[in-house]
Design a protein around this ligand. Structure first.
Ligand code: SAH
Length: 232
């Protein structure tokens, strides 16, 4: 998978993809992340990428021309399966959307800044608008990092244990069960006996029960969804 990210602050994104799982994914050739500085596509002496909003009011708006120039430059090289704009009014990112995006070949992500982009960019180029939650960030870079991380780890072969992503929270609408590692006893706190028993079937049952209980307690919305799916 190839992901291109357009930003006014690409430096912000240099570190998140240079470590751990995403670094390995790139070393294995399963993921390529390319950052593009929007300013390089702006014209004029000042390389201006934003301007005052029509109609007045506070804050600046990202101009159409540099974004259009950048999109068109990139789209000459390849077809993008998705052109994503990060935006608090977009579709909420969830595991189902991450699964869907992990099957794409080429994704382009535009990070917003200031008050956001001129609406005409959204109308003309954007195929999907994605929000990472009901709060407002100061820029789309951290949202793009979240999307790349959550999607990148789902690309087959990225995680060492092929099946491990399948057991994450949300993959089956349930939250993940608690996990423990050595020592088995710490300050009087014991790891549940069943996990030390070596009895695979019992361990699996315990984990499933814990997942169900945890989901019921913490996320009744997900629990009800799961009960509905199980009943089908
Ligand atoms: N005035 C806008 C927010 C602008 S925040 C509004 O109220 O909708 C600046 C940029 O940060 C946005 O253009 C967007 O790209 C990014 N951003 C902010 N919050 C976000 C969120 N929850 N999810 C994804 N991107 C977000």
């Amino acid at each position: 998978m190839r992901i291109d990210i357009i930003s006014v602050l690409p430096e912000l994104l240099e570190s998140p993809f240079s470590h751990s799982i995403l670094k390995r994914a790139q070393q294995k050739g399963l993921l390529e992340v390319h950052l593009h500085a929007l300013r390089n596509f702006a014209s004029g002496k000042h390389k201006q990428v934003d301007d005052y909003p029509f109609g007045g009011g506070a804050g600046m708006v990202m101009k159409v021309e540099p974004i259009a120039a950048c999109f068109e430059h990139l789209q000459e090289e390849r077809d993008y399966d998705e052109v994503i704009y990060t935006s608090p009014d977009g579709q909420l990112l969830d595991q189902a959307l991450c699964n869907e995006l992990s099957m794409k070949q080429n994704i382009l992500i535009l990070c917003g800044h200031y008050k956001g982009v001129d609406e005409r960019i959204r109308e003309k180029y954007i195929t999907r608008e994605v929000s990472i939650g009901d709060y407002v960030l100061s820029g789309g870079e951290l949202a793009a990092a979240v999307i790349v991380d959550a999607v990148g780890r789902l690309i087959p072969g990225v995680l060492n244990d092929e099946t491990s992503a399948l057991f994450d929270s949300f993959q089956d609408s349930l939250l993940a069960p608690p996990v423990y590692t050595r020592p088995a006893e710490w300050r009087g706190m014991q790891v549940p006996d069943v996990l030390l028993s070596g009895h695979e079937k019992k361990i699996e049952e315990w984990r499933h029960d814990q997942s169900v209980q945890r989901t019921k307690d913490r996320r009744p919305d997900l629990y009800n969804k799961w009960v509905g799916e199980e009943g089908e």
